[in-house]
Structures are given as C-alpha cells and as structure tokens.
Design a protein around this ligand. Structure first.
Ligand code: ATP
Ligand code: MG
Length: 300
C-alpha cells in the first residue's frame, strides 16, 4: 500500500509534529507544585544578549499560566522585561527607580500583566540608567532592593496574597544594580548561550556570587543554569552543552531552549512567547524549563 509523503509518519515533519504533541500532553498532565515559601530568583550573567530577559519573562509567564503568583522585577535600564510583559514604562511611569533610589513603596509601582492575571511586574524606565551612580552615595546601597521587596512580600503575605515566585532581571554588568539583585534573592539562575565564548566570564560571575554570599547574603546559591539559543545542528552547541553539564551536573537544567524566531518576535508584540505562540517549540521549552524549576524546588 502506498501512502503520500505528507502522511508518512517517518518524514521529519511528521516526527516533529508527533514530538510536539507528545510534549504538549506531557505538560498538561500533572499540575506544578507550589513552593512552600516565596522563591526569589535573580537571573544574571554579565555577558550581554545571552537570554536573561527572555528567560525571566518566559519562565515567569509559564509559571503564571499554571496559576502561580509571580512577580518580575525589571532591574535593567533597557526596560526589556517591562516591554515583553506589556506593562507601561515611559519615562514618567512609577518604576523600580522610585523604589531603590527614592523611598517609594513597591506596592505603588507594581503593574499587572495584560496577558496573565497572576503575573505582575515592577517596571524599569530610563531613569534607572543613572541609578548605578546615584546609589553609590546612598545609605545601605547594596540592600535597597531587599528592604523594599521584603516589605512588599510581608504585606502581600499578611493579606493572604503570597507570591510564589519573584524573578529579577539583571542588566549585563556586575555593578550595584546586580549586587542589589543578589542581595535580595535566595537563588541565582544563570542563562548561558550555546556559543563559543559561553563559559568565558563565568568564573568571574561565580566569584562575585561567592563574595556576596560571604559578606552580604549567606542564603544566596546558584540553583539553576539554563542553556539558551541552542541549535542542535552545530557541533559547537553540542560541545557547550556537554561542557556545562560536566562542570555543573547539579545546576544545569535538562531542558534546552532552542534558537527560535517565535521567541525573538514575541517582545515586538508586547508579549511573552507563552501567550504569543503557546504551542511553538520555543514556548514548550520554556514551559518545560519552568516545570523543571518548580519540581526541583528551592535548593536546601
Ligand atoms: P542584555 O544583556 O542586553 O540584557 P539579555 O541577556 O537579556 O540581553 P535577551 O534580550 O533575552 O538577552 O536576548 C538577546 C536577543 O536574543 C533578543 O533579541 C532576543 O529576542 C533574542 N533571543 C533570546 N533567546 C532567543 C532564542 N531562544 N531564540 C532566538 N532568539 C532569542
Ligand atoms: Mg536583558
């Protein structure tokens, strides 16, 4: 019996569709466990363009989709996380700047995502660009975000509206803004791009995290490493994956985020890929990474 090529289950396209269907079904079976305390996760890598913001907003949206209550703090003057979540962040918008440089309350600057009712964002505006310098002369300059976040988390918890996750999107530097993020968090998630220079600079990042742990925040630990922009057709990407898994067997998430046009298009529509194209391979990967993060739980 002959079958036409488009219905032949052995074609690459048919295999890919079957694989996507299998992954969608696997994701829809068990609900994700809720953490027993608010997990505060800083997404950091001083290297630019490795997928920090993309990872922050898509993990946050993926968890919010499974009805976790999630807060994203945009700590990058570029404001890319605010753009992707679709919240207002014009120069005059109340923002994270008012909280860490001014004495504003976080509750006054939080906005709700237009896509997911349990996703919230503290936006960043252009004012934050001066914050690195302004912070230098302020009292407790490394602790400003922690103080504001702790107060907000206590208020929401007392009102019976506890957040499950807080993600902090860092700028590509190891300055005072990033230090504030490390001091406010318990966990660091490091996105690593699958490319040649991927591991360069990582030892400096890990040294800085150790210093923060020793002097400013003993609770801090690198909990997860996520490999992004993976292109399985190149030997180089496979080599980076092998290297990272060898050096960080505990931290490296099994899920790989593929290089995907849909992922890079979504922010242009003020959306995460989770709402922009839910069933695309890129969205499924972030849903899988979020499930892995939730099921592993916080490091002990
Ligand atoms: P910065 O250091 O400037 O803050 P970043 O580390 O936050 O950058 P992103 O902004 O998330 O990195 O990503 C850099 C660029 O790569 C963006 O244009 C983004 O849309 C694109 N990108 C991120 N992840 C992927 C992916 N998996 N596939 C395709 N494009 C991607
Ligand atoms: Mg970014």
């Amino acid at each position: 019996m002959s079958s036409s090529p488009e219905y032949d289950a052995t074609t690459p396209l048919a295999r890919e569709l079957a694989d996507l269907t299998r992954r969608r079904l696997a994701l829809s079976t068990d609900p994700l466990p809720a953490p027993d305390h608010t997990r505060v996760i800083t997404v950091s890598n001083q290297k630019g363009g490795v997928g920090k913001t993309t990872t922050t907003v898509n993990l946050a949206a993926a968890l919010a989709r499974s009805s976790a209550k999630v807060l994203v703090i945009d700590l990058d003057p570029q404001g890319n996380a605010s753009t992707a979540i679709g919240v207002e962040h014009r120069a005059e918008t109340a923002s994270v700047y008012d909280v860490i440089v001014g004495d504003g309350a976080m509750a006054d600057v939080v906005q709700q995502s237009p896509e997911f009712p349990t996703l919230f964002c503290v936006p960043a505006t252009i004012h934050l660009a001066g914050a690195e310098i302004e912070l230098v002369s302020l009292v407790a300059r490394e602790q400003r975000l922690r103080t504001a976040l702790d107060a907000y988390l206590s208020e929401t918890e007392a009102a019976g509206e506890r957040f499950d996750y807080v993600f902090i999107d860092c700028p590509p530097s190891l300055g005072l803004l990033t230090i504030n993020a490390f001091v406010a968090a318990q966990e660091v998630l490091i996105p690593i791009q699958c490319e040649y220079y991927a591991l360069e600079g990582l030892s400096q990042l890990l040294r800085n995290i150790q210093l923060i742990e020793k002097h400013l925040n003993p609770k801090l630990a690198v909990s997860s490493i996520l490999l992004t922009m993976y292109d399985g057709r190149t030997n180089l990407a496979q080599q980076v994956v092998a290297d990272v898994r060898e050096h960080f067997p505990k931290e490296a998430l099994k899920t790989l985020i593929p290089r995907s046009v849909r992922i890079s298009e979504a922010p242009g529509y003020g959306q995460t890929v989770i709402s922009y194209d839910t069933n695309s391979p890129g969205s499924l990967s972030y849903l899988e990474a979020a499930a892995e993060l939730a099921r592993r739980g916080a490091p002990q």
